[in-house]
Design a protein around this ligand. Structure first.
Ligand code: C2E
Ligand code: MG
Ligand code: MG
Ligand code: MG
Length: 286
């Protein structure tokens, strides 16, 4: 990093920094156009009921089909969207698309109604009109509120302000489910967790990854499941890749499962085809 101290600042100049900055500026400019150019896609990853391995819902995960760079991961463009404020229109677009898709699936014959989970960034949460936006999207798409789940990271809970509480209460009042994503990686306090109207904890993938190998992570995952149970919340294990992890989490009493073991996030067409399948117990679905 170049130091901001007089003449020495050029001494540590690194051309890769400029290349990185230019690339970021280019991506930022492209992202502004991505929405208009219809380059964003939503992929869907199933959520599985631990008890019978049936699909109970999907998580909507955004992708960017860039005209020259190909498919870009949300890990690479969500931070840019957050820094520029583009996350607000982008987030609304994902929410609308995911709800529209859920309604389309529900309208087909013989489908069990499923839940749709959508990620909400702190930047969206910090805007006082979030509940209004969610209500508008539910109305526009005809999505029943009780089929929508909003996932927020712990950073929302870390700052225990009256405004944050009021925001959560407004969202909850709509009838949607509220989940804490990547739970265990942040610093949310138990007191706030009890105070906030949260329904679901999603255990971060980092704990699932090392299940069995490191006794600490097994104990932590189990503690989160029990914490959820004592607070009347359901728990979701994200990032299940192997049968052993599934078995361990089921043993712990975890409610739902998600992960490559069942299915990667897939395009809407493929996700829709997973729906009517009465899943055989523990069988990978894709
Ligand atoms: P997340 O919400 O925690 O989503 C889970 C991520 O883990 C997804 O990555 C998913 O593809 C991945 N994953 C699921 N199962 C497995 C597994 O078994 N193994 C491994 N290695 N990975 C697994 P993805 O789609 O790249 O999304 C990354 C993050 O980007 C998301 O983490 C979320 O924080 C953010 N994101 C994605 N879509 C949106 C969106 O529409 N809005 C906002 N604000 N953030 C989003
Ligand atoms: Mg999520
Ligand atoms: Mg997560
Ligand atoms: Mg995660």
């Amino acid at each position: 990093k170049a130091k901001a101290t007089g003449g020495s600042s050029f001494a540590s100049y690194d051309p890769r920094m400029l290349a990185g900055l230019v690339e970021r500026l280019e991506l930022e400019a492209d992202l502004r156009l991505a929405l208009e150019r219809d380059e964003l896609r939503v992929h869907y990853q199933p959520t599985i009921d631990m008890t019978d391995s049936s699909i109970v819902g999907f998580e909507a995960l955004v992708r960017w089909q860039h005209p020259t760079r190909g498919m870009i991961s949300p890990l690479d463009f969500i931070p840019i969207a957050e820094a520029t404020g583009l996350i607000v229109p982008l987030g609304r677009w994902v929410l609308t698309e995911a709800c529209r898709q859920a309604v389309e699936w529900a309208e087909r014959d013989n489908r069990r109604p499923i839940k749709m989970a959508v990620n909400v960034s702190v930047r969206q949460f910090d805007r006082s009109d979030l509940a209004t936006v969610v209500r508008e999207v539910l109305t526009e798409t005809g999505m029943p509120a009780d089929r929508l789940c909003l996932e927020m990271t712990e950073s929302v809970l870390m700052t225990d302000t009256e405004e944050n509480l009021a925001q959560l209460v407004r969202l909850k009042a709509l009838g949607v489910t509220l989940a804490i994503d990547d739970f265990g990686t942040g610093y949310s306090s138990l007191a706030y967790l009890r105070r906030f109207p949260v329904d679901m904890l999603k255990i971060d993938r980092s704990f699932i990854e090392r299940l069995g190998e490191q006794t600490d992570d097994t104990a932590l995952a189990s503690t989160i499941v029990q914490l959820g149970q004592s607070l009347g919340m359901t728990t979701v294990a994200e990032g299940i890749e192997e049968y052993g992890q599934l078995a361990a989490l089921r043993e712990m009493g975890c409610t739902f499962a998600q992960g490559f073991y069942f299915s990667r996030p897939v395009a809407a067409g493929e996700a829709g085809r997973l729906l009517p399948l009465p899943l055989a117990a523990d069988a990978p679905v894709a």
